[in-house]
Design a protein around this ligand. Structure first.
Ligand code: SAH
Length: 350
């Protein structure tokens, strides 16, 4: 095995792959200067495919009701302190209208696993959006559903689906989730989404409780194998009303490292600089873009509910993180040489 850090990084950039042990060595021997080299390398690979363009997505948080009890998540079922809400079809359509006027061509409908949103209700919402905005993409991020359900929503017009695998290590998955949930089923959902034809997004949190370097390497290997069109990566951030309230947050640097590695493993991937990254550090978004990310997802939810969709403490939903702050976001991206484009921003086949 090559034990020169930069040469291994170059090999990753050239082959878009490395052995697990090489990835582990790269990770264990990272430092500030070496990381910078990795970020630059990832940025170049990204620019070969997506140039200087940044795609934007309007994030509509449709419900904070959730049947699940994930230990890390602020809107978990057991959190009695949450003021629960769900948006109606007309509220969701209003968000889309507002977003479209601002220049958004992708709407992401995200929420807890809320039984209210039956296939029938969702199919109706999706087809209404597609009827009114045929030039826009609809992305769903609504957790685990049956294959039939995913198919029905796809047939109604949904284009993409985000479902982070959260961790590719079974034991770590058990530490993050109650026993009703399984990694096996999560991965099965991802396979089904791909088979149906969705542009599919997996992903994980960086620095979640119990995550070891070996877990991270498994995440990289799993992503390489699954080859999703999108990958969502952000630091774990604790929420005061969850069992992980006292756990340490993931770091900016480790998240940037993961973004860069994923860009190099999957050159075409649609890779957001996430809200969590912008929350852990005010320069996080910019730095994410400079480490290979090419998507930003400002918040397009109604103002009245933004405070209620708190997955973690201090979650940003104003300024650059809000759809209304698009001008500010454009300036921020321009300041590092990138340009927000008003387009659907689909995954690019080589
Ligand atoms: N219910 C949907 C949407 C979940 S919210 C689903 O199951 O896919 C989207 C993502 O936010 C999650 O996949 C998780 O990775 C992330 N998230 C949740 N709680 C978090 C926390 N405390 N810190 C950082 N990210 C968190």
């Amino acid at each position: 095995m090559e034990k020169n850090w930069k040469m291994l990084a170059d090999k990753l950039a050239k082959n878009h792959n490395l052995e697990a042990e090489e990835l582990l060595w790269l990770y264990l021997n990272r430092n500030k200067e070496r990381n910078q080299y990795l970020y630059e390398t990832a940025r170049k690979v990204r620019e070969e495919i997506y140039g200087k363009e940044i795609y934007i997505r309007g994030l509509i948080e449709i419900s904070n009701y959730c049947r699940n009890d994930c230990y890390y998540c602020g809107i978990r079922r057991s959190n009695q302190k949450v003021r629960r809400y769900r948006l109606s079809e007309s509220q969701i359509l209003d968000c889309c209208r507002k977003g479209y006027a601002l220049g958004f061509y992708t709407f992401v409908l995200q929420g807890g696993e809320d039984g209210y949103y039956t296939d029938e209700r969702l199919a109706k919402i999706i087809s209404s959006i597609k009827r009114e905005f045929p030039d826009c993409a609809v992305t769903l991020s609504l957790g685990e559903r049956s294959r039939e359900s995913y198919q029905r929503l796809y047939d109604a017009g949904a284009d993409r689906y985000l479902l982070r695998h959260e961790t590719a290590d079974c034991r770590h998955y058990r530490k993050l989730h109650p026993k009703e949930l399984s990694l096996e089923h999560r991965m099965q959902c991802l396979e089904e989404l791909k088979e149906i034809g969705y542009q599919t997004g997996a992903g994980f949190m960086v620095g979640s409780p119990g995550q070891t370097p070996e877990c991270l390497i498994k995440d990289f290997c799993y992503l390489k194998k699954l080859a999703p069109e999108m990958v969502g990566i952000g630091p774990f951030l604790s929420h005061k009303d969850t069992p992980f309230r006292d756990c340490e947050n993931g770091t900016l640097e480790d998240t940037l490292f993961c973004l860069a590695v994923v860009r190099l493993l999957l050159p075409q991937v649609l890779l957001p600089a996430t809200t969590a990254l912008g929350t852990v550090d005010p320069t996080g978004r910019k730095k994410g873009i400079l480490a290979g990310a090419n998507v930003v997802m400002p918040n397009l939810s109604p103002q009245s509910v933004r405070e209620d969709y708190l997955l973690y403490d201090h979650k940003a939903s104003t300024g650059v993180e809000s759809a209304e702050g698009l001008k500010e976001l454009e300036k921020e991206m321009e300041s590092v040489g990138f340009q927000v484009v008003k387009a659907r921003g689909d995954w690019k086949q080589k």
